[in-house]
Structures are given as C-alpha cells and as structure tokens.
Design a protein. Structure first.
Lengths: 198, 198
DNA sequence: CCTACCGATCGGTAGG
DNA sequence: CCTACCGATCGGTAGG
C-alpha cells in the first residue's frame, strides 16, 4: 500500500463524512480538497470525474456499513438475537454518524430518486443488497424454527426498513426524543407478528 | 389580484415542481427563471433571497397538500374511513407528484436534517403539523369509540408515517412494484392493532 | 419587470 | 501531487 493509496483512503473517509452532512451533490471537489489541504486538481486526479468520486464514496460507506452493522449481527445466534442485533447496530450506525450526519444511504435516497445515472444505479444496488441481507437473516430464522414459515422474507425486510426510516426521520429531522423508544416498540410488534407460534 | 400576484403564483407553482425533482438546494434562481422565461433578477425581485424563495415554495406545497390530502380525508366519517382516506390520499399525492417527483417534504427531510436555518425550521414546523394532524384524526376516532383509548395518538402518527416513508423509499428509489401492496398490508396491520376490541 | 454587472465557486483541463 | 487556467453558473446588486 503506497502513499497514493493512503491519500485515496483519506479522501474517501473524509468524503463519506462530508457527503453524509451535505449530500452527494453537495460533496464538491473544491470543498473536499480544502478540508484535506490538497489542491483541487490533486484530488481530482485520483478520480477523473465527480461521478466516480460519488460512486466510490458510496462504496466506501457500504464497506464500513458491513463492518459496523452486518458482520457483528451475523456473529449472533440465528433467529431473534441476530435480527435484534442487526436492528440495534443499524440504530447505532445512524446515531454515530449522526452528530451531525445520519445515514448516507437514507440521505442519498431522496436526493437521487429522480436523477437517473450511474450514481443512482449504484445506490439502488446497495440498498437492494441491504434489503436482501435482512431477508436472508430472516430466512435463516425460519429454517431454525424461530419465525413463521408462511411469511415472505422480503415483506419482512421492507417492514423492518420502514421502521428504520421512521426512526431516521423522527430522530434526525424532528429531533424527537421519543424516536428511539418508538422504533423499539415498532420493532417489537414486528417481531411478535413474525414469531412462530408454539 | 394584480399581474404581480399572478406571476408570483406561477413562480411558486413551478418552484414546487422543480424543487420536488431536484431538491430545495437544487432549486436555483437562474434555472427557475429560465423555465419561466423570466430574467434572473426579475424573478429574484419577488423574493429578495433564495432562502425566502425556498420557504415560500415549502408553504405553497403545504397549501396544496392540505387541499389534496387533508381536506378530502376530513370529509369522510370519523374513525377508520377517515384514517384510510388520509392514507390513500397521501399515497396518491406521492404518486401524482411522482412521474417524476415524489413528495417534496420527504425529499427535503434528508436534505435539510443537518443544515440549521430558517428553511429547516419551516420544514420541521410543517412536518410536526402533519404528524399532529394524523394524531388529531386518530383522537377523534378514539372519541367515537373506533380506536383503543389506551393508545398514544402521537405513537400512532409516528407509526403511520413510518409506513408512508417505507413506501416512498421502495416506490421511488427502488421502483419496487410491490411497494403499494406492502404499504396497504402494513397499514392494515397498524389499523387492526388500533381497532377497539368489542 | 429588464440589462448589465459583481465576486465566488463549480467541474474539469493543460502542462509540468 | 502542483500552479494556472477555462467556460459556466451561482446568489445577489445597481440602476433603470
């Protein structure tokens, strides 16, 4: 790993933080360069287009997301503990990137949903991957006998993500102190619907 | 109503549409002026700052939202029919401002949640008003005996809005054809929890 | 409502 | 990785 790679890593790290605050569109090359004490063209050389920078920032965030949210959850036992860990880690991720920040993917979703192009395509792929990960984790719980086998894992993933989006909105825009309690309550109701009766 | 007022109305109308597509930050004076075949400074004169334009665009959207979503719902009988009408109208609003577009308030939420200032303050006030409207409509249903009196109307409002946000994400970013079915199913579950047992 | 203009910043290029 | 630069666009002002 040479010096160029270090610089690249530093750029992407800072880029994730900046984009989380100001959006992927607000992530300008000039501003990012100033924050890193690089020249604009020096930074630009690492990418070649703003679009490439945006996509690589999304990928860098996804990598961190897997490390901080997905991997720790998958270490938990299948079924409820694993789903609960996924949910708690997601809340922690959103709060930690959150003073200020929030979740880059949620922030980008509304920003990009009407702007066709490779950046949007990448975000869509990442979000579908995330929903699929939730569905897989639910499915292993079905196999283990923890969850009802007649439920659609993708429905469950959609419903769980709705709870997360509701939390993000209440906590980050409205600064509602009850946001987390409500998220936990909604999660509990979702789980009790999914639990296999015995 | 003089000619100046007509122009103003036309500007705000177009501004709502443009901001829904490109965000409140992407709503530039120059672009809006070009679309309306006005000079930049001619348009600018109606407002005096971009911030004032953004706030008035939010207010104009809120006015339309009340006409298209809230008022028709309130004409329905209290309890379930009224809540169901509110939900259906909201879905229709999001879809109609949606080819392309979506809901300006949802789009602005993630964009502004980290940018303190009067525009954010206005959006927060409008969103709190919307959640309060849901809570009030729920409360009249409690009074009428349709909904459980031991539920917190603001919890209900939060949970209903979570379902809406989940729909927005699935429909607009992921273009998921099952988004609407899932939203209706989640709404049905929410209602069955809220229904007063008899 | 207009033309004409301001300084700042944008993404990107030339050339080293 | 840099300086120096390009044309385009930004929010906003002067003056009418």
């Amino acid at each position: 790993m040479g010096k160029g790679d270090d610089t690249r890593t530093a750029i992407l790290d800072r880029g994730v933080r900046l984009a989380t605050r100001v959006g992927l569109e607000g992530l300008t090359i000039g501003r990012l360069a100033t924050e890193l004490k690089l020249s604009k063209s020096g930074l630009f050389g690492h990418f070649r287009s703003k679009e490439a920078l945006q996509i690589q920032v999304l990928d860098a965030a996804a990598e961190r997301f897997v490390d901080e949210v997905v991997k720790p959850a998958v270490r938990e036992p299948r079924g409820e503990p694993r789903v609960a860990a996924l949910f708690d880690r997601w809340l922690a991720w959103t709060k930690s990137n959150s003073g200020p920040g929030g979740c880059l993917f949620v922030a980008s979703a509304a920003e990009l949903d009407d702007r066709p192009g490779p950046v949007r395509d990448r975000l869509v792929a990442l979000q579908k991957g995330w929903l699929e990960m939730i569905a897989i984790i639910f499915r292993t719980g079905v196999t283990d006998g923890a969850f009802r086998p007649d439920l659609d894992p993708e429905d469950f993933a959609h419903d769980l993500y709705s709870v997360m989006l509701g939390f993000h909105h209440a906590a980050r825009l409205l600064r509602d102190p009850r946001a987390e309690d409500r998220a936990h309550a909604a999660f509990g109701r979702l789980l009790s619907t999914a639990r296999r009766p015995r």
